[in-house]
Design a protein around this ligand. Structure first.
Ligand code: CP
Length: 306
């Protein structure tokens, strides 16, 4: 059996292209499984996984929990609100107490970049990064690539524009690494204030013109404005952002070729996307969510072998 080169999934940066293809190929098999009448396999029976979330989540948390249950793992869920973290317990103490209850794997979302890396150096369990601040969100990038494969047949050679709040986005960085490792071209697009300085050194094109980005790409991956991470004003108002960077169905329909519209969610309807664009035939947003379960099953299954 093929194995990953890593014991933990901390980010896409430290995966090889073989790792990515192994995860996507395994996810394809699990997608067949979860579309059967009996959606469960015994692969992770007797493995216990804790989903440890220090930040809000809908998709990632439910998707991991469903993936774990489809693999027959035992699952416990922890959220920082309502826990003893509020009484001053450290991250490491919290996780070591969870592990003392015979937990084998930790899936963690945390607001601090590097928090899963810190844990992985200090605990014996496998660690999966479910989003660390503005750093990486590896399973989102993997499910995005899986969804592009599903829709367009291949990621290699495709042009993907990531449009929106790149500065505060962990999805952007993981996608840049994931797409480039598979041979796709990447452009980032947004207002100057929301594009990190020197991002071109990662080998991406940079544009501040959303129409230029849409004309260039096969896939537009549109990101939310992360107001919760913005301590200062990066643009005058959401209305102005929407006027310059909001994507409408009309803009997509007017292109002279097909375009695939993606968004990791949650969507701010009327800001980065109009509702008619989000719900149009161009959009594969709910396919991304469906594919997330199969991709997370693959990640958990492969890490459990390490
Ligand atoms: N895409 C994503 O990470 O969504 P959630 O914040 O709801 O998990």
């Amino acid at each position: 059996m093929q194995q990953l080169s890593v014991r933990h999934l901390l980010g896409i940066k430290n995966l090889t292209e073989n790792d990515i293809q192994l995860i996507l190929g395994t996810a394809r098999e699990f997608k067949d499984v979860i579309n059967r009448p009996i959606k469960k396999v015994p692969s992770l029976r007797d493995i216990t996984i804790a989903n440890v979330f220090f930040e809000n989540s809908t998709r990632t948390r439910l998707s991991f929990e469903l993936a774990e249950k489809r693999l027959s793992a035992d699952v416990v869920n922890f959220s920082a609100s309502g826990s003893s973290v509020k009484k001053g317990e450290t991250l490491l103490d919290t996780v070591n107490n969870i592990l003392a209850m015979k937990v084998d794997m930790i899936v963690m979302r945390h607001s601090s970049p590097g928090a899963p890396h810190y844990l992985s150096d200090r605990i014996p369990a496998n660690v999966v990064n479910a989003g660390d601040g503005t750093h990486e969100h590896p399973t989102q990038a993997l499910l995005d690539s899986f969804s592009i494969q599903d829709k367009l047949g291949n990621v290699a050679g495709k042009r993907v524009a990531i449009i929106g709040d790149i500065l505060h986005s962990r999805v952007a960085l993981s996608n840049i690494f994931c797409l480039q490792k598979q041979g796709a071209e990447v452009m980032v697009c947004g207002p100057t204030t929301l594009i990190p300085k020197h991002i071109d050194q990662l080998g991406v094109k940079v544009s501040h013109d959303v129409r230029e980005a849409l004309n260039w790409c096969d896939v537009a991956n549109v990101l939310r404005i992360q107001l919760e991470r913005q301590q200062i004003k990066y643009f005058p108002s959401l209305r102005e952002y929407s006027l310059y960077y909001g994507i409408t169905k009309k803009m997509l329909d007017e292109l002279d070729r097909p375009i695939v519209l993606m968004h990791p969610g949650p969507i701010n309807r009327g800001v980065e996307l109009t509702s008619d664009a989000a719900d149009s035939h161009h959009s594969i947003i709910l396919d991304q969510v469906e594919n997330g379960v199969a991709v997370r099953m693959a990640v958990l299954y492969l890490l459990a072998q390490m």
